[in-house]
Each structure stands twice: as C-alpha cells, then as structure tokens.
Design a protein around this ligand. Structure first.
Ligand SMILES: Cc1cc2nc3c(=O)[nH]c(=O)nc-3n(C[C@H](O)[C@H](O)[C@H](O)COP(=O)(O)OP(=O)(O)OC[C@H]3O[C@@H](n4cnc5c(N)ncnc54)[C@H](O)[C@@H]3O)c2cc1C
Length: 370
C-alpha cells in the first residue's frame, strides 16, 4: 500500500482535476460536462482546474477543453496509451497525481471511468464516491456529527481541520429513496465518478481554448508495466440510441402492455415527427420490450432534453431521477394521480393509445401549416 496519503492534506493544492476520456482520439462528451462542472467547483475553492488527458497523439484535442473552462491540460502521450488498459492508465494517473497533488479528481462514470476510478483510489489510498449526481463545496461543520455518528477514533476526528474545504459528493442511496451526501475529509484527492449526462456542458469559448495551457508531465510507462494487451478493438455492431444527446425523448412505460408492438410504434412515430428518439422506463427494459440502451432513470441514462414525453409511465422516483431536469415534460397517463403529473409541464389524463395518434396528427398538421 502506498504511503502517499501520509502527506498532509494542505500539500494537495494542485487544483481540481478532471480525467478527460477520449476514444480513438475523439473526446467523450462527459469530459466537456465535467470540465464545465469542475470550473464552478474550482471557482468556489479559488483553485485552478486541469484536465488530465491520456492517449497517443492526443495533444491536438487538448486545447478544446479550455473552451469549456480548463485552465490547463496535463497531456500524457504514449503509443502504449493508445487504447485504454486498466493497468497502463492506472499507473500513469497515480504517478502524475503523486507528483502534482490535486485536491479533487472527477471521472465520468462511463464503463472506462467505473473501472479506472476505484482502481486509482485504492492505489492512492483515498476515498471515491461512485455515480454522483451532484457536486458541491462545503466549509465543513461536521466534527460534532462525526463524533456522534461515526466509529472514528476521537484523535482522528480532532486532526481534521475545520477550514478544510471538502468536495460534497451526492448520489442516490437505498434504491434511490434518498440522496446521500458524502465527503472525504482525511485523504486527498477526493475522488468522484459522475454519471454521464447529469452535468450541463458550458458554452464553448474559443478565446479560453486558445489560452489553455498544455502541460506535459514526466511519467514512465513501459511494456513491462502492462499485464494486458489490446489485440483488437471491436466496435458494437448494433447502433445504440443516443438518448443523452437528443433534444426530444419519447419514452414508453408499462402502460403499453396491452399492445406492446403498437405502443412502441406510436412512440417511434411521435419521436419521428418531433425529431427525437425513443426511451423507456425500466419496466419496458426488464420485460424485454426495448433494449437496455433505451432505459431512462437512476440505473439507466440521465437526460435533460428540450422535450420529454412520458407515455404510460407512472413516474417512480428512480425514473424521475433520470428525466426531471428536462426543459418541458409532457405526460400521458390514464391515472390522474400518477406521480409523473407532479413534475409534468403538460399532463394529459387519458389512454395513450387514443391520445398519441391525436398528438401525432396535430403536430403533422401544425408542421404542414408552416
Ligand atoms: C434500485 C432501483 C433502480 C431502478 N432504476 C430505474 C430506472 O433507472 N428507470 C426506471 O424507469 N425505473 C427504475 N426502477 C423501477 C421503478 O421503481 C419503477 O418500477 C418503474 O419505473 C416503473 O415503470 P413504469 O412507470 O413503466 O411502470 P408502472 O409503474 O407499472 O406504471 C405504468 C403506468 O402506465 C399507466 N397506464 C397503464 N395503461 C395505460 C394506458 N393505456 N394509457 C396511459 N397510461 C396507462 C398506469 O396508470 C401507470 O401509471 C428502479 C427500481 C429500483 C428498486
């Protein structure tokens, strides 16, 4: 186990870092979302914000991160980092973190991020809060709380400085029935993986991108460090639905059960006239009516489109967690007390099989009249 964290917390003044994931030289959208969010946190802390970019020949895509708020980007370039490997990426990230000592590190909760984050946190002997949906900075007032509610030794609690400013990491707990806010008061960097699509991307600023500093840290990585070898990258043959990037999402729920095929067809038609894509509640995925990439909610995707249409969805808390920040929510449900109506901007109480064709016709007519 590394003794890295025997270093005092105040030595960790290297700013807020964001692991910026790229695949085949293309930046993943979650990197821009996290840089935008990281900017707000860094401003609150009076700190700098840095991206951490690993790959092969990726320097050319680094400055774009500045346009979303990064003061600088640490670029670790090596042919051995061309494809993601757990061992290679973990080694390089831990080495540069030990050298530059950031106070917090954000990672997208993508497949790669969920693999990488815990591995780095364990190696650095620090804490990681997984799958966060909200981040904040706090001036802690928690010593009394820790004394009354935790099993930490009193000496350990006394050693925590009141002026340490912690990253408050919030995530759903107990099946989404409550939100837990977690801090990492005794170790640095505080690490968090953040669900893709939750944080909003800032407006791009070319001047800031031009001013973004590129830093090339020293690191060593040889083939001997890698226990795995990527032989071939196989891209998914099936095209996945892009729920997170869509402006309009038309989702179906168990309310289509009396005619599943007909219900999905109606959702597809409505999505088509609105220029959107089809999503679904977990009930429709668990029943095998739609594939898992369509799922909206706590264990699916988080979306905030301009228009979200919920057809025959009750509005369980786990579903709302993935769509309640949509700009305009339209719900169709035959039960007037369905919880989805509590957050809907427009609620239509009726049978979706009767209401949806009328909506499609009305939109077509309105479009034709333009
Ligand atoms: C840990 C955990 C994680 C979860 N994660 C998710 C998640 O990510 N996403 C998610 O969606 N759920 C998730 N769930 C499940 C969630 O609790 C609900 O069970 C699920 O969202 C219900 O889906 P539904 O609204 O389609 O079905 P139901 O709750 O059965 O609602 C169906 C609705 O359709 C209406 N209806 C029926 N017929 C018609 C009709 N002809 N016309 C109009 N309305 C009609 C009914 O009035 C009802 O309101 C999770 C649960 C747990 C415990």
């Amino acid at each position: 186990m590394s003794n890295y964290n025997s270093a005092a917390i105040e030595e960790f003044n290297g700013g807020i870092w964001v692991f910026c994931e790229q695949r085949q030289g293309k930046m993943m959208p979650t990197s821009f979302e996290l840089i935008s969010e990281g900017r707000k946190l860094a401003d609150e802390l009076g700190s700098k914000l840095y991206g951490l970019l690993l790959g092969s020949n990726v320097e050319g895509i680094a400055k774009e991160l500045g346009g979303y708020g990064a003061d600088g980007v640490y670029v670790c370039d090596s042919p051995l980092l061309e494809n993601y490997t757990t061992d290679g990426y973990t080694k390089v990230i831990c080495d540069v973190i030990r050298e530059y000592k950031p106070e917090a590190m954000l990672i997208g909760a993508t497949n790669i991020g969920r693999d990488l984050g815990p591995r780095c946190a364990a190696r650095l002997h620090t804490g990681l809060c997984a799958d966060c949906t909200h981040l904040d900075i706090d001036v802690p007032k928690y010593k009394d709380f820790l004394r009354s509610a935790s099993t930490l030794a009193p000496a350990m609690i006394d050693s925590i400085k009141e002026d340490d400013r912690n990253l408050k990491m919030t995530r759903p707990a107990f099946g989404g029935h409550l939100m837990a806010t977690i801090i990492c008061p005794r170790f640095r960097p505080a690490m968090a993986t953040v669900r893709p699509g939750v944080m909003k991307k800032a407006a791009f600023d070319q001047a800031k991108a031009d001013a973004c500093q590129i830093i090339k840290p020293n690191f060593s990585l040889t083939e001997a460090d890698l226990d795995t070898q990527v032989v071939e990258v196989v891209k998914a043959a099936k095209k996945m639905v892009d729920l997170i990037g869509a402006d309009v999402v038309v989702s179906v729920g168990r309310g289509i059960s009396k005619d599943v095929e007909g219900g999905i067809k109606l959702a597809e038609e409505l999505a088509e006239v609105l220029g959107g894509v089809v999503g679904g509640s977990r009930a429709t995925i668990d029943s095998g009516w739609l594939s898992a990439d369509h799922q909206v909610g706590q264990t699916g995707k988080t979306v905030h489109p301009k228009i979200y249409v919920a057809l025959g969805i009750s509005g369980a808390i786990q579903h709302k967690a993935g769509m309640q920040d949509s700009e305009c929510i339209i719900a169709v449900n035959k039960n007037e007390s369905a919880p989805i109506f509590e957050i809907a901007d427009y609620g239509i109480c009726g049978d979706l099989f009767k209401v949806t064709p009328l909506l499609i016709e009305a939109i077509k007519t309105a479009k034709a009249a333009k």
